[in-house]
Design a protein around this ligand. Structure first.
Ligand SMILES: CC(C)(COP(=O)(O)OP(=O)(O)OC[C@H]1O[C@@H](n2cnc3c(N)ncnc32)[C@H](O)[C@@H]1OP(=O)(O)O)[C@@H](O)C(=O)NCCC(=O)NCCS
Length: 219
């Protein structure tokens, strides 16, 4: 008989929660008996909870007895994912923070993926890529060979990060942005959607355009 596992989705973002659920379902179908527990504190009104009888809605306190749990971080921005990470990191004896990769993702050899990462459908990753903890790679993004992606990074849908790039921790790459080979983007940056980044971008910078220009720096 299948072992019942406790899968817990924590977060504040409806879209992220839905994507996590869909990915778990795509991986396991009905071969595993899964109960998903969504924290009401973060998601007080969930539109689809009534329809899906295999999702139990409980408060965080209600499942303390069921440790260890497998927790998924349903935050979109680097800030919200880091907030969730910190919440669970202090309780690591009881909580596992698995990475969640949709089955449609192309994953080659020699890649490193840290804990708490989420990779959405139809992402393509080339060899020798490393992805830092709790990073999020949204649907359809392409990551070139030997590129490194820092902790808590958010790569939005359809972005193309070419080979040998580095994306610093806590940076957001806008939807549909293209980053040329070998470009280094600093930490805590925001690269606007649809940009073409041809040169390195320093830490704590907002940049956008084609070619991307530094618009602002922030602390
Ligand atoms: C870069 C970004 C953070 C700037 O946001 P903002 O500071 O609120 O910018 P505003 O909307 O006030 O626009 C300010 C100016 O920048 C321009 N601008 C904003 N984003 C731009 C972009 N990505 N490319 C080119 N110009 C842009 C605006 O046209 C405006 O120009 P104007 O002053 O001449 O009128 C935001 O536009 C962005 O691109 N975010 C990423 C969005 C994304 O990828 N979402 C994915 C969802 S899944």
């Amino acid at each position: 008989m299948a072992t019942k596992q406790k899968w817990v989705i924590f977060g504040d973002n409806e879209y992220a929660i839905t994507m996590i659920f869909e990915t778990l379902y795509a991986i396991h179908k009905k071969s595993l008996e899964i109960s998903i527990v969504i924290n009401r504190k973060f998601t007080p009104q969930h539109p689809w909870n009534e329809d899906l009888h295999h999702i139990a809605m409980v408060n965080e306190e209600d499942f303390k007895a069921d440790r260890p749990v497998f927790a998924f971080l349903a935050g979109m921005s680097p800030d919200s994912r880091q907030f969730l990470w910190k919440r669970f990191d202090k309780d690591r004896d009881n909580i596992v923070l698995p990475s969640l990769i949709h089955p449609s993702v192309v994953l080659p050899h020699h890649i490193t993926i840290e804990e708490g990462v989420r990779i959405e459908p139809n992402v393509t990753i080339a060899p020798y890529v490393s992805v830092g903890k709790a990073a999020l790679i949204n649907r359809g993004a392409i990551i070139g060979h030997h590129t490194t992606i820092g902790d808590f990074v958010n790569i939005n849908p359809g972005a193309i990060i070419n080979g040998m790039c580095h994306i610093g921790a806590h940076t957001t790459i806008g939807a549909g942005t293209i980053i040329n080979d070998g470009v280094v983007i600093g930490s805590h940056c925001v690269i606007g959607s649809g940009s073409l980044v041809t040169k390195n971008i320093p830490d704590h910078t907002i940049a956008y355009g084609s070619p991307a220009k530094v618009i602002n720096t922030h602390s």
